[in-house]
Design a protein around this ligand. Structure first.
Ligand code: CP
Length: 307
């Protein structure tokens, strides 16, 4: 039995197979419509979510399976003090696979060690968000045709943004990637990540100016400032509108640069950018469903060659 805690849990060859499967699902939806008949997905979300929870549910329903779960810790027995390890023991009796989001870093990992079913980390605190990373990689591979030879800018809250941490880990395994980290001083990328890049001899630069680096970028990954991870509201209010991507800034970018965002967006991308062909964050959401379908099939060990 396999779980997914980090994008590094899959080799790059396994990721290629997963993305091939996701692209096949995109092009042949009816072939997969009964692949999970009789199987159940549990979504255990101790933190708010729109995309991740609903895309998992949409993915399982599109595979012919069923879904159950909770979307708020307050409506589960966590509110009475039940531990994550006890909860997953129950869920193992009710479902065949579980996607779990939790505000505490490592909680899905703890769950996986007590589980009889595959557990997928759907976001743990400021740590990792592997299925968002699978979504990001599939989007890039599908729209650019490759996962190597890029300069990628990551902009916004690089300190607390778990999607950023997961994506850097994942991209660090591909050839010729240069990272440009764009953030205010208070929201800089954590040192353990820059240490990892130094160790692997992967080039990166850090800057406060988005305008200055725009012309160099092949990909721009925008992120919101993570209000829920701040200790005081004053700091959040001071930093929340530090970067706003607008038409003027887009005019500085390459014609084929892509703008990604894990969403939700707050103010960091002006709605006027949505009509720009290079803005692919809503396409990204659709890829998130295909890749979660592929992931469910893979972790459940379903032989897709027989479909
Ligand atoms: N991208 C993402 O994780 O969105 P949700 O918080 O809405 O799931």
């Amino acid at each position: 039995m396999r779980h997914l805690m980090s994008p590094l849990d899959f080799t790059t060859d396994e990721l290629d197979r997963l993305f091939d499967l996701a692209n096949d699902i995109e092009n042949n939806k009816s072939k997969y419509a009964h692949a999970c008949d009789g199987l159940k997905l549990a979504t255990c979300f101790y933190e708010p979510s729109t995309r991740t929870r609903l895309s998992f549910e949409s993915a399982m329903l599109s595979l012919g399976g069923s879904v159950l779960g909770f979307s708020d810790a307050a409506s589960s027995s966590a509110a009475k003090g039940e531990s994550v390890s006890d909860t997953i023991r129950m869920i193992s009796c009710y479902a065949d696979i579980c996607a779990m989001r939790h505000p505490k870093e490592g909680a899905p990992m703890v769950a996986s060690t007590h589980s009889r079913i595959p557990v997928i980390n759907a976001g743990d605190g400021g740590h990792q968000h592997p299925t968002q990373t699978l979504t990001d990689l599939l989007t890039i591979r599908s729209l650019k045709g490759r996962l190597s030879n890029f300069t990628i800018g990551l902009c916004g809250d690089l300190k607390f943004g778990r999607t950023v941490h997961s994506l850097i880990n994942a991209l660090s395994r591909y050839d010729n990637i240069t990272f440009i980290f764009v953030s205010p001083e208070e929201l800089k990328i954590p040192e353990y990540i820059t240490d990892m890049l130094k160790e692997k001899d992967i080039p990166y630069e850090e800057t406060i100016s988005l305008e200055e680096v725009m012309p160099k970028l092949d990909l721009l990954y925008m992120t919101r400032v993570q209000r829920e991870r701040f200790f005081n509201e004053e700091d959040y209010v001071r930093l929340k509108d530090f970067y706003i991507l607008n038409k003027e800034k887009m005019a500085l970018a390459k014609e084929d640069m892509l703008v990604l965002h894990p969403l939700p967006r707050v103010n960091e991308i002006s709605v006027e950018v949505d009509d720009d062909e290079r803005a692919v964050y809503f396409k990204q959401v659709q890829y998130g469903v295909y890749v979660r379908m592929a992931l469910i099939l893979t972790l459940l060990g379903i032989d897709t060659s027989k479909l």
